[in-house]
Structures are given as structure tokens and as C-alpha cells.
Design a protein. Structure first.
Length: 94
């Protein structure tokens, strides 16, 4: 249960930054004009870049790249895609 709370806390921390809000606003605008498929692709690309930059930073620091990166990436994808699916259902049925 603590892991879920910590991951949720990290997502909320992302929304405490200007960058997080700008990305969220961009996703809403793209979803409004282009549809949720483009948003899904955008989220997938953003998470892939996040993982890539995480690997680059870890290598630069000389840190061992653990399987934690894969777990974090899968968790991010699950959280973002679940949120998008919830909003798609709200859009379709409300």
C-alpha cells in the first residue's frame, strides 16, 4: 500500500510544477482538437523519452541501471493510460 501511495504522491508532485501543468494543458488541448488517439501516442512517446533520459543520466552518474526503471515506466504508462480512459468514458457517456 505504501508503494501505491508513494507513486501517487509522485504524480501529484508533477502537477505542482509549471511544466506539469503545461503538459496537462497541452494534452487537454490536443485531445479537444485531435482526439484521444493522438494523446495516447503522445503519452507513450513522452514516457519513452523519460525512460531514455533516465538511462542517460544514470549512465552519466555511473549508477547501475536497475529494473526499477522498467517498473517505473510501466507504472507511469498504467497511470496515464488509465486516466485517459477514464476521461474518454466520461466524454462518451456524460
Amino acid at each position: 500500500m505504501d508503494k501505491i501511495f508513494n507513486k501517487t504522491k509522485k504524480v501529484l508532485e508533477a502537477l505542482m510544477t509549471v511544466q506539469g501543468w503545461l503538459i496537462g494543458l497541452l494534452i487537454v488541448i490536443v485531445n479537444f482538437f485531435a482526439g484521444y488517439q493522438l494523446v495516447l501516442y503522445g503519452v507513450l512517446i513522452a514516457v519513452a523519452f523519460d525512460a531514455l533520459f533516465g538511462i542517460c543520466v544514470a549512465r552519466k552518474r555511473g549508477e547501475f541501471i536497475l529494473s526499477e526503471l522498467l517498473r517505473a515506466t510501466i507504472f507511469k504508462l498504467a497511470v496515464y493510460f488509465n486516466l485517459i480512459v477514464v476521461f474518454v468514458f466520461i466524454d462518451k457517456f456524460v
